[in-house]
Design a protein around this ligand. Structure first.
Ligand SMILES: *Cc1c(COP(=O)(O)O)cnc(C)c1O
Length: 620
């Protein structure tokens, strides 16, 4: 089995066909601030043109940047992979050296190509080219083989993330593939026209080729047409895929559409990163959960077990002390290890709503300042994540977090009660340190925007409670653990859609909610950026006038929900019981379960009963 991977690299600090103005003609991307990779790619390129293709990957997060080098990279990986697959097939006992037609009939039984997003979509025309041009298979047979071999996983519903290559650029680089795509599209549209006679608008909506000032190839449409299975990565996301993103395609071929809820590996995200917790659990329920995570439900009868509650709380405290020591050693930052560790780590993006978290921090700060004598639950808010190099507003969000920290962390009236830490260079090795130390996991995307999330699962497995919206896999986490064991707040997908119908007006919330208004005014007026008072004007005008992600609409519910978090945190025993219940119910979110489902339901393979030989490790 082969999963074609060409995910973007994580962010660190050619030819252009069609200007960027029409990159997304039907969209108002907030301030249209993502221009390009910010010179980052150009800076690392050198005169060695051939090496450049695999030197550096585009670090965008949920954004399509139609650069020629990226198209070359995508074709490079696809071409190399397909040559390897076809060579292996032909040299196996199923292949034959002569290009006899029947050879390729069993190809889909022996090969599965899982298109992990649209980045390797060229595998579809490339396989067609190999079968038709090189192996002399007739078109219809080749198309059947291609469809049976390929399957497509969708990873986002944000329209600005969908790959739509300009036909002019594509044709210069891959003229034969363009011909093949046109031929695929012609047959596809003929089929649609036969089923929906006279429905010209449907043909336009379903075409692989988008007409307009700049003709473009819609790679997601190509993937759906060229695959026998299409899946989303969480139940709610797969429903959105069927009923909005690919609605017309679902009406044409409903049987293609599936769900495969994402998972995480319990070896890395429990055993390796949190040995203290893994040991505690193994003592109680054995080690079977490491290869069959559903066995964590053996903890359910032990939720009220005093010894387990004590040990789980103690492991968390040790992890918090360890992380505090790490921050002090590496960054000379001191935090209060007895405060609540409120953690929001993920790529910086408007849809993930780090700004909603900022508004809550400012609200807590203003409440302390207003009534300094009033008792409150001490919090350390930890925000971390990379911004894509050209995503100006995401960079500004980081600047806002550190600016809020500069004010809050040095205010003597606040003291130890509230600290704000920005974790730079967030990456897997840092995630492995911070997640086991978290008390609270922030998963607060606008409902309908986070396809699944996997950070949410890592926190659940490591004994943090979730504050989150009914989005992505949060929905299934709430179903597994019981919604009363998470802190769920805010608009549901239906509410978001209804608000869109009615017209979202941020000003209403600003006018009605005094604490929101105070926080927004402070950001706007330079309270957190005294040496540069206009620094955050762009953020505020986005929030007030063109916020696609409706931050203000969820503010009131979020702040109220955070108050419930504080209340429970004051009762450590009840808090830890919920933690144990969450861990016990996190078994569904193992990647072992996910992969088994892909194998059975998409690739048509069952586990082999081959025994793995036990290595003979000499005892010392
Ligand atoms: C798991 C993980 C992510 C994904 O986090 P989400 O909260 O699901 O967006 C991103 N970056 C790193 C380093 C991770 O480990």
């Amino acid at each position: 089995m082969l999963v074609l991977r060409l995910r973007e690299a994580s962010a660190t600090p050619g030819v252009r066909a069609c200007g960027r103005r029409d990159a997304s003609p039907d969209l108002t991307i907030s301030s249209l601030l993502l221009v390009n990779t910010g010179g980052y790619i150009e800076a690392v390129l050198d005169r060695n043109l051939a090496e450049n293709i695999s030197r550096v990957l585009y670090p965008n997060d949920n954004f399509f940047e139609g650069k020629e080098l990226r198209l070359k990279q995508e074709y490079f990986v696809v071409a190399a992979t397909l040559q390897d697959i076809v060579r292996r097939f032909k040299s196996s006992k199923f292949g034959c050296r002569d290009p006899v037609r029947t050879c390729f009939e069993i190809f889909p039984d022996k090969v599965a190509i899982q298109l992990n997003d649209t980045h390797p979509a060229l595998a579809i025309p490339e396989l067609m080219r190999i079968l038709v041009d090189v192996e002399k298979v007739d078109w219809d047979k080749a198309w059947e083989i291609t469809k049976k071999t390929c399957a497509y996983t969708n990873h986002t519903v944000l329209p600005e993330a969908l790959e739509r290559w300009p036909v002019s650029m594509f044709g210069q680089l891959l003229p034969r593939h363009l011909e093949i795509i046109y031929a695929i599209n012609q047959r596809h549209l003929d089929q649609v026209a036969a089923l929906f006679p006279g429905d010209v608008d449907r043909l336009r909506r379903m075409s692989v080729i988008e007409e307009g000032d700049c003709k473009r190839i819609n790679m997601a449409h190509l993937c759906v047409i060229g695959s026998h299975a299409v899946n989303g990565v969480a139940r709610i996301h797969s429903e959105i895929v069927k009923h909005s993103v690919f609605k017309d395609f679902y009406e044409l071929e409903p049987e293609k559409f599936q769900n495969k809820t994402n998972g995480i590996t319990p070896r890395r995200w429990l055993l390796l990163c949190n040995p203290g917790l893994a040991d505690t659990l193994m003592e109680k329920i054995g080690e079977g959960f490491l290869t069959d995570l559903s066995q964590l439900k053996k903890l359910l009868p032990l939720v009220n077990d005093e010894a387990l509650i004590r040990e789980v709380a103690q492991v968390k405290q040790e992890n918090k002390l360890k992380f505090s020591a790490f921050l002090e050693k590496e960054y000379k930052v001191r935090i209060n290890p007895s405060s609540m560790f409120d953690v929001h780590v993920k790529r910086i993006h408007e849809y993930k709503r780090q700004l909603l978290n900022c508004l809550h921090i400012i609200t807590l700060y203003n409440r302390i300042k207003k009534d300094p004598a009033k008792a409150c639950v001490p919090r350390t808010v930890i925000i971390g994540g990379k911004a894509a190099p050209g995503y100006h507003l995401a960079k500004k969000i980081i600047k806002l977090v550190t600016s809020i920290g500069d004010v809050v962390n040095h205010d003597p009236i606040v003291g130890n009660r509230l600290k704000v830490i920005f974790l730079e260079n967030y990456r897997v090795s840092l995630a492995e340190k911070v997640i086991p130390a978290a008390d609270l996991s922030q998963q607060i995307s606008t409902a309908g925007t986070e396809a699944s999330g996997t950070g949410n699962m890592k926190f659940m497995l490591n004994g943090a409670l979730t504050i989150g919206t009914m989005d992505g896999a949060n929905v299934e986490m709430a179903e597994e653990a019981g919604a009363e064991n998470l802190f769920i707040f805010g608009l549901r997908v239906e509410d978001v859609q209804a608000l869109d119908q009615k017209g979202y007006n941020a000003q209403e919330y600003y006018d009605r909610l005094p604490e929101l208004r105070q926080a927004v005014d402070q950001i706007r007026d330079g309270f957190f950026s005294p040496s540069e008072p206009d620094c955050f004007k762009d953020i505020v005008s986005m929030l007030l006038y063109h916020d696609r992600f409706k931050v203000f609409a969820d503010y009131e519910a979020y702040v109220a929900c955070q108050a419930q978090v504080d209340q429970l945190y004051q009762n450590p025993k009840e808090w830890t019981k919920k933690v144990i219940r969450n861990i016990a119910c996190s078994g569904k979110f193992s990647s072992d379960r996910t992969i088994t489902e892909y194998a059975r339901e998409i690739w048509g393979v069952e586990p082999s009963d081959l025994q793995i030989p036990t290595p003979n490790i000499p005892k010392d």
